[in-house]
Ligand binder design. Structure first.
Ligand code: SF4
Ligand code: SF4
Length: 98
């Protein structure tokens, strides 16, 4: 047993003041994290738990710099704390960055 994904606070958030609904993030991500909201014509994060922990690839493709992620170092420290809290017999490393 590893860490439950829902215990790891890693997912994109989108600044609605910046997003223009271009779809570039949707095209880049293979994991179904995003969906275009046809009412607002902006991107929604519909499956945050599908985001690969410590991946931030899509942010680099956003022409509006609208995509933000939690701080990587803070997240890594949180992962270490979570791993330490597991019984030794159930520890395994977090998923590799793609
Ligand atoms: S960071 Fe990676 S996995 Fe997460 S939404 Fe962006 S491209 Fe998809
Ligand atoms: S790439 Fe940026 S501007 Fe385009 S839809 Fe995604 S968040 Fe919005």
């Amino acid at each position: 047993m590893g860490l439950p994904r829902e215990a790891i606070p890693w997912a994109p958030s989108i600044d609605p003041e910046r997003c223009i609904g271009c779809g570039d993030c949707l095209d880049v991500c293979p994991n179904g994290v995003y969906a275009l909201n046809e009412q607002t014509n902006q991107m929604d994060v519909v499956n945050p738990g599908q985001c690969v922990v410590l991946c931030d690839k899509c942010a680099g493709y956003c022409p509006q710099e609208a995509i933000r992620f939690p701080d990587k170092e803070v997240t890594k420290a949180h992962l270490r704390d979570l791993l330490r809290s597991l019984p030794a017999s159930s520890r395994r490393p977090p998923p590799e960055h793609p």
